[in-house]
Design a protein around this ligand. Structure first.
Ligand code: PAF
Length: 279
Protein backbone atom coordinates (compact mmCIF):
# COMPACT_ATOMS: atom_id res chain seq x y z
CA UNK A 1 0.00 0.00 0.00
CA UNK A 2 1.32 3.43 -0.90
CA UNK A 3 0.33 6.60 0.96
CA UNK A 4 0.53 9.72 -1.18
CA UNK A 5 0.26 13.25 0.11
CA UNK A 6 0.40 15.28 -3.11
CA UNK A 7 -1.66 15.26 -6.30
CA UNK A 8 1.33 14.60 -8.62
CA UNK A 9 2.50 11.71 -6.41
CA UNK A 10 -0.97 10.17 -6.43
CA UNK A 11 -1.22 10.54 -10.22
CA UNK A 12 2.22 8.92 -10.70
CA UNK A 13 1.32 5.99 -8.42
CA UNK A 14 -2.01 5.51 -10.19
CA UNK A 15 -0.38 5.65 -13.64
CA UNK A 16 1.88 2.76 -12.63
CA UNK A 17 -1.15 0.52 -11.97
CA UNK A 18 -2.84 -1.31 -14.84
CA UNK A 19 -6.61 -1.87 -14.76
CA UNK A 20 -9.64 -0.26 -13.15
CA UNK A 21 -9.62 1.84 -9.98
CA UNK A 22 -12.33 2.11 -7.33
CA UNK A 23 -12.22 5.25 -5.16
CA UNK A 24 -13.53 5.43 -1.59
CA UNK A 25 -13.58 9.08 -0.44
CA UNK A 26 -13.46 9.43 3.37
CA UNK A 27 -12.64 11.90 6.09
CA UNK A 28 -10.80 9.17 8.02
CA UNK A 29 -11.42 7.81 11.52
CA UNK A 30 -12.53 4.70 9.68
CA UNK A 31 -15.15 2.24 10.85
CA UNK A 32 -16.84 -0.86 9.51
CA UNK A 33 -19.03 1.29 7.23
CA UNK A 34 -15.93 2.57 5.40
CA UNK A 35 -14.40 -0.92 5.30
CA UNK A 36 -17.61 -2.23 3.70
CA UNK A 37 -17.16 0.38 0.93
CA UNK A 38 -13.55 -0.76 0.53
CA UNK A 39 -14.55 -4.43 0.26
CA UNK A 40 -17.17 -3.60 -2.36
CA UNK A 41 -14.63 -1.52 -4.30
CA UNK A 42 -12.17 -4.43 -4.17
CA UNK A 43 -14.78 -6.81 -5.58
CA UNK A 44 -15.55 -4.55 -8.52
CA UNK A 45 -12.15 -3.07 -9.47
CA UNK A 46 -8.56 -4.17 -10.08
CA UNK A 47 -7.27 -1.60 -7.57
CA UNK A 48 -8.68 0.48 -4.73
CA UNK A 49 -7.76 3.99 -3.62
CA UNK A 50 -9.03 5.54 -0.38
CA UNK A 51 -8.80 9.27 0.25
CA UNK A 52 -8.49 10.52 3.80
CA UNK A 53 -9.10 14.26 3.97
CA UNK A 54 -11.07 16.21 6.56
CA UNK A 55 -12.45 18.74 4.11
CA UNK A 56 -12.59 22.21 5.71
CA UNK A 57 -14.96 23.68 3.12
CA UNK A 58 -17.85 21.43 4.16
CA UNK A 59 -17.79 22.55 7.82
CA UNK A 60 -19.64 25.67 8.97
CA UNK A 61 -17.87 28.17 11.29
CA UNK A 62 -19.65 26.76 14.38
CA UNK A 63 -19.18 23.11 13.40
CA UNK A 64 -16.71 20.44 14.56
CA UNK A 65 -13.82 20.81 12.05
CA UNK A 66 -11.13 21.18 14.76
CA UNK A 67 -12.62 18.46 16.96
CA UNK A 68 -13.38 16.02 14.12
CA UNK A 69 -11.82 12.69 15.20
CA UNK A 70 -8.55 11.78 13.48
CA UNK A 71 -6.24 8.75 13.78
CA UNK A 72 -4.17 8.36 10.63
CA UNK A 73 -1.97 5.53 11.91
CA UNK A 74 -4.95 3.42 12.85
CA UNK A 75 -6.68 4.22 9.53
CA UNK A 76 -3.58 3.21 7.55
CA UNK A 77 -3.28 -0.07 9.47
CA UNK A 78 -6.94 -0.89 8.74
CA UNK A 79 -6.55 -0.05 5.04
CA UNK A 80 -3.34 -2.05 4.70
CA UNK A 81 -5.12 -5.05 6.23
CA UNK A 82 -8.08 -4.52 3.86
CA UNK A 83 -5.73 -4.74 0.86
CA UNK A 84 -6.02 -1.13 -0.35
CA UNK A 85 -3.49 -0.13 -3.03
CA UNK A 86 -3.35 3.67 -2.71
CA UNK A 87 -4.18 6.08 0.10
CA UNK A 88 -4.47 9.76 -0.80
CA UNK A 89 -3.94 11.90 2.29
CA UNK A 90 -3.43 15.50 1.14
CA UNK A 91 -3.00 18.57 3.33
CA UNK A 92 -5.63 21.35 3.19
CA UNK A 93 -3.05 23.48 1.28
CA UNK A 94 -2.61 20.71 -1.31
CA UNK A 95 -6.35 20.59 -1.96
CA UNK A 96 -7.00 24.33 -1.58
CA UNK A 97 -3.85 26.21 -2.57
CA UNK A 98 -3.83 29.98 -2.14
CA UNK A 99 -5.87 31.61 -4.87
CA UNK A 100 -8.23 28.69 -5.43
CA UNK A 101 -11.62 30.34 -5.88
CA UNK A 102 -13.82 27.99 -7.90
CA UNK A 103 -16.50 26.14 -5.98
CA UNK A 104 -19.37 24.00 -7.21
CA UNK A 105 -22.78 25.58 -6.97
CA UNK A 106 -25.17 22.74 -6.07
CA UNK A 107 -28.82 22.67 -7.08
CA UNK A 108 -32.28 22.14 -5.59
CA UNK A 109 -31.57 18.72 -4.08
CA UNK A 110 -29.00 20.36 -1.79
CA UNK A 111 -31.43 22.99 -0.44
CA UNK A 112 -33.65 21.25 2.17
CA UNK A 113 -32.73 19.11 5.20
CA UNK A 114 -28.94 19.17 5.79
CA UNK A 115 -28.54 21.96 3.24
CA UNK A 116 -30.95 24.20 5.14
CA UNK A 117 -29.32 23.52 8.52
CA UNK A 118 -25.72 23.55 7.26
CA UNK A 119 -25.43 26.42 4.75
CA UNK A 120 -22.53 25.86 2.35
CA UNK A 121 -22.04 22.23 3.43
CA UNK A 122 -22.93 20.65 0.08
CA UNK A 123 -21.01 23.29 -1.86
CA UNK A 124 -17.94 22.09 0.05
CA UNK A 125 -18.81 18.41 -0.39
CA UNK A 126 -19.49 18.72 -4.13
CA UNK A 127 -16.29 20.73 -4.66
CA UNK A 128 -13.99 18.33 -2.82
CA UNK A 129 -15.63 15.26 -4.38
CA UNK A 130 -15.30 16.75 -7.88
CA UNK A 131 -11.62 17.46 -7.16
CA UNK A 132 -11.12 13.90 -5.87
CA UNK A 133 -12.84 12.52 -8.97
CA UNK A 134 -10.54 14.58 -11.20
CA UNK A 135 -7.44 13.57 -9.26
CA UNK A 136 -8.27 9.87 -8.97
CA UNK A 137 -9.77 9.29 -12.44
CA UNK A 138 -11.42 6.18 -10.98
CA UNK A 139 -13.91 4.05 -12.85
CA UNK A 140 -16.15 3.83 -9.78
CA UNK A 141 -16.57 5.76 -6.51
CA UNK A 142 -18.26 4.37 -3.40
CA UNK A 143 -20.51 6.24 -0.94
CA UNK A 144 -22.63 5.11 2.03
CA UNK A 145 -26.44 5.40 1.89
CA UNK A 146 -26.43 6.84 5.44
CA UNK A 147 -25.54 10.21 3.90
CA UNK A 148 -28.65 10.08 1.71
CA UNK A 149 -28.73 13.74 0.69
CA UNK A 150 -24.97 13.80 0.07
CA UNK A 151 -25.40 10.84 -2.29
CA UNK A 152 -28.11 12.68 -4.23
CA UNK A 153 -26.05 15.88 -4.43
CA UNK A 154 -23.03 13.94 -5.71
CA UNK A 155 -25.11 11.97 -8.22
CA UNK A 156 -26.62 15.22 -9.53
CA UNK A 157 -23.22 16.94 -9.69
CA UNK A 158 -21.72 13.96 -11.55
CA UNK A 159 -24.60 13.92 -14.00
CA UNK A 160 -24.66 17.69 -14.58
CA UNK A 161 -20.87 17.93 -15.04
CA UNK A 162 -20.55 14.77 -17.18
CA UNK A 163 -18.28 13.05 -14.68
CA UNK A 164 -17.36 9.62 -16.10
CA UNK A 165 -16.89 7.97 -12.68
CA UNK A 166 -19.83 5.69 -11.76
CA UNK A 167 -21.33 6.46 -8.33
CA UNK A 168 -21.98 3.28 -6.33
CA UNK A 169 -24.21 3.58 -3.24
CA UNK A 170 -23.70 0.98 -0.52
CA UNK A 171 -26.32 0.24 2.20
CA UNK A 172 -25.85 1.72 5.67
CA UNK A 173 -23.82 -0.43 8.06
CA UNK A 174 -25.26 -0.56 11.57
CA UNK A 175 -24.03 -1.53 15.02
CA UNK A 176 -25.71 -4.69 16.43
CA UNK A 177 -28.25 -2.47 18.27
CA UNK A 178 -29.18 -0.60 15.08
CA UNK A 179 -27.17 2.64 15.43
CA UNK A 180 -25.84 3.66 12.01
CA UNK A 181 -22.03 3.64 12.00
CA UNK A 182 -20.52 7.12 11.96
CA UNK A 183 -17.16 8.59 12.91
CA UNK A 184 -19.14 11.07 15.05
CA UNK A 185 -20.53 8.26 17.28
CA UNK A 186 -17.26 8.62 19.20
CA UNK A 187 -18.62 11.89 20.68
CA UNK A 188 -21.36 9.97 22.57
CA UNK A 189 -21.01 9.31 26.31
CA UNK A 190 -22.22 5.84 27.46
CA UNK A 191 -25.75 7.07 28.41
CA UNK A 192 -25.98 9.06 25.15
CA UNK A 193 -24.87 5.99 23.21
CA UNK A 194 -27.80 4.04 24.74
CA UNK A 195 -30.22 6.91 24.01
CA UNK A 196 -29.01 6.99 20.38
CA UNK A 197 -30.71 3.65 19.75
CA UNK A 198 -33.99 5.56 19.41
CA UNK A 199 -32.99 6.81 15.93
CA UNK A 200 -32.98 3.41 14.26
CA UNK A 201 -35.83 2.24 16.51
CA UNK A 202 -38.03 5.10 15.29
CA UNK A 203 -37.13 4.47 11.66
CA UNK A 204 -37.77 0.73 12.04
CA UNK A 205 -41.18 1.36 13.64
CA UNK A 206 -42.12 3.64 10.75
CA UNK A 207 -40.92 1.00 8.28
CA UNK A 208 -43.08 -1.58 10.06
CA UNK A 209 -46.05 0.82 9.90
CA UNK A 210 -45.47 1.33 6.18
CA UNK A 211 -45.21 -2.45 5.65
CA UNK A 212 -48.51 -2.77 7.53
CA UNK A 213 -50.21 -0.37 5.11
CA UNK A 214 -49.78 3.06 6.75
CA UNK A 215 -49.42 5.65 3.96
CA UNK A 216 -50.06 8.93 5.77
CA UNK A 217 -46.87 11.04 5.64
CA UNK A 218 -47.84 12.79 8.89
CA UNK A 219 -48.53 9.53 10.71
CA UNK A 220 -45.19 8.02 9.61
CA UNK A 221 -43.23 11.12 10.69
CA UNK A 222 -45.17 11.08 13.98
CA UNK A 223 -44.08 7.48 14.75
CA UNK A 224 -40.44 8.61 14.56
CA UNK A 225 -41.10 11.83 16.49
CA UNK A 226 -42.79 9.99 19.38
CA UNK A 227 -40.07 7.35 19.59
CA UNK A 228 -37.38 10.01 19.81
CA UNK A 229 -39.42 12.21 22.18
CA UNK A 230 -39.25 9.36 24.72
CA UNK A 231 -35.46 9.94 25.02
CA UNK A 232 -34.75 13.12 27.03
CA UNK A 233 -31.08 13.20 25.94
CA UNK A 234 -32.04 13.52 22.27
CA UNK A 235 -33.13 16.77 20.57
CA UNK A 236 -34.69 16.56 17.12
CA UNK A 237 -33.22 18.80 14.42
CA UNK A 238 -35.60 17.51 11.74
CA UNK A 239 -37.68 14.48 10.81
CA UNK A 240 -38.46 14.45 7.11
CA UNK A 241 -40.48 12.29 4.77
CA UNK A 242 -39.56 13.48 1.30
CA UNK A 243 -39.70 12.42 -2.32
CA UNK A 244 -36.81 9.98 -2.64
CA UNK A 245 -35.42 11.69 -5.74
CA UNK A 246 -36.10 15.43 -5.34
CA UNK A 247 -36.18 15.48 -1.51
CA UNK A 248 -39.27 17.72 -1.66
CA UNK A 249 -41.24 17.19 1.57
CA UNK A 250 -44.33 14.99 1.12
CA UNK A 251 -47.80 15.63 2.51
CA UNK A 252 -50.87 13.40 2.42
CA UNK A 253 -50.86 9.76 1.36
CA UNK A 254 -47.58 8.37 -0.06
CA UNK A 255 -47.80 7.29 -3.67
CA UNK A 256 -44.12 6.86 -4.53
CA UNK A 257 -40.77 5.98 -2.96
CA UNK A 258 -40.00 8.25 -0.04
CA UNK A 259 -36.91 8.99 2.03
CA UNK A 260 -37.60 9.05 5.76
CA UNK A 261 -34.63 10.87 7.26
CA UNK A 262 -33.73 12.61 10.46
CA UNK A 263 -31.06 14.61 12.21
CA UNK A 264 -30.75 14.86 15.98
CA UNK A 265 -28.41 16.27 18.55
CA UNK A 266 -27.22 14.13 21.45
CA UNK A 267 -24.72 15.91 23.67
CA UNK A 268 -21.84 17.00 21.42
CA UNK A 269 -22.92 14.80 18.52
CA UNK A 270 -25.17 15.65 15.61
CA UNK A 271 -26.29 12.37 14.05
CA UNK A 272 -28.26 11.58 10.89
CA UNK A 273 -29.98 8.42 9.70
CA UNK A 274 -32.57 7.37 7.13
CA UNK A 275 -34.55 4.57 5.51
CA UNK A 276 -36.31 4.43 2.17
CA UNK A 277 -40.00 3.52 2.19
CA UNK A 278 -41.48 1.90 -0.90
CA UNK A 279 -38.39 1.04 -2.92
O1 PAF B 1 -18.94 11.46 3.59
C1 PAF B 1 -17.81 11.94 3.83
O2 PAF B 1 -17.00 11.39 4.57
C2 PAF B 1 -17.42 13.25 3.17
O3 PAF B 1 -18.52 14.10 3.06
C3 PAF B 1 -16.73 13.07 1.80
C4 PAF B 1 -17.66 12.43 0.80
C5 PAF B 1 -15.48 12.21 1.98
C6 PAF B 1 -16.31 14.44 1.26
O4 PAF B 1 -15.45 15.09 2.11
Amino acid sequence: MQTLHTIPDFRRAHAALAGSLGLVPTMGYLHEGHLTLVRRAKEENDHVAVSIFVNPTQFGPAEDLAAYPRDLDRDLALLRKAGVDLVFNPSPAEMYPPGQESMIDTGSVSQPLEGQRRPGHFRGVATVVAKLFNIAQAQRAYFGAKDAQQVRVIQRMARDLDVPTAIIVVPTVREPDGLAMSSRNVYLTPPERIAARCLSRGLRLAEAGYAGGERSADALREVVRQTIAAEPLVTVDYISLADSETLAELEGPLTRAALLSLAVRIGKARLIDNVTLGE
